[in-house]
Design a protein around this ligand. Sequence first.
Ligand code: PLP
Length: 361
Amino acid sequence: MSRAYNFSPGPAMLPEPVLRQAQATMLEFGSCGASILEISHRGPDFIAVAQQAEADLRTLLAIPDDYAVIFTAGGATTVQALLPLNFAVAGQACDYVVSGHWGKTALKQAAHCVDARIAASSEAGGFRDVPARAHWRLTPGAAYVHLTANETIHGVEWRDIPEAGTAPLIADFSSSIASEPLDVARFGAIYAGAQKNLGPVGISVLIVRRDLLEREGQPRAPIFDYAAQARAESMLNTPPSWNWYVLGLTVKWMLDEGGVAEFARRNARKAALLYAAIDGSGGYYRNEVAAGARSRMNVPFFLHDPALDKLFLDEAKQAGLVALKGHRVLGGMRASLYNAMPEAGVQALVDFMREFQQAHG
Ligand SMILES: *Cc1c(COP(=O)(O)O)cnc(C)c1O
């Protein structure tokens, strides 16, 4: 069996050393006499795994002590639904800056219980850019301002996240967390589903300034209370322990590889390589995102003739390049270049693109 270069947007490619470790501990974990899947989340073996994952994530992202790190089952969408319940009172204004599909999703998850407002949106332009700060219309007294750091489907990324004013800024970093250094202290909260850049699907991370956990929020079941989760060290109920474990392995791998500064360097090179191939193809391939907002993580691109899409995907697969099909919202292609994707994978993709153009130009 040989593993292909997997350009999936999520669940996404994981580093092979992580998969090998996970494989080895699937049958027996340490001296437990049981798989990591089979042991109590409250026993010392798993507690050590959970605490090490948090400690390593704090190191990787330089998370200040006045921020709690909460691990929860469910995806980023679940977090989006819980933000207004925890950090706003019923009917309170919450500002959403919308730069793509996931910003809209976040707004939808909040709209039933707060006054979720579109403070700015780039939808009229087809989400090919971020809405400039000068055009944001922030609401005085809003509970928070929400934005999406990287729009996974539209391939639009904030290269410089603006100041949001007085309300805390909450950012969805699902598809770009740990891809470059980040000043956590600028945010009230950041969150991410793990399956793009942090590990396996089924677990999300919320990094939240502790004073926000003192907000009353609005009526919610105890299990949806982030302050209670923080007090219980994310173990109000059985956490997704396997996912937490593999997330920890992935974070440790990132530290061993040199941390976020090293990944920033690699990711910049990878993205530059692919955009140069697209832009240099004389219109055979095209990416429509404004130059200053092009995502380093997800690169949507289109062939000049959509009739060639299927052939492109079939031949790419034969060349060991998989999951390049674009999201159904946009069509075309999309290459996701998360931390686990080596530069050799991107080189293989641009080589294939050039050969495909020569063969079917
Ligand atoms: C994938 C993704 C989501 C949704 O994640 P789920 O885990 O499927 O809920 C939300 N926001 C962004 C930016 C994403 O990339």
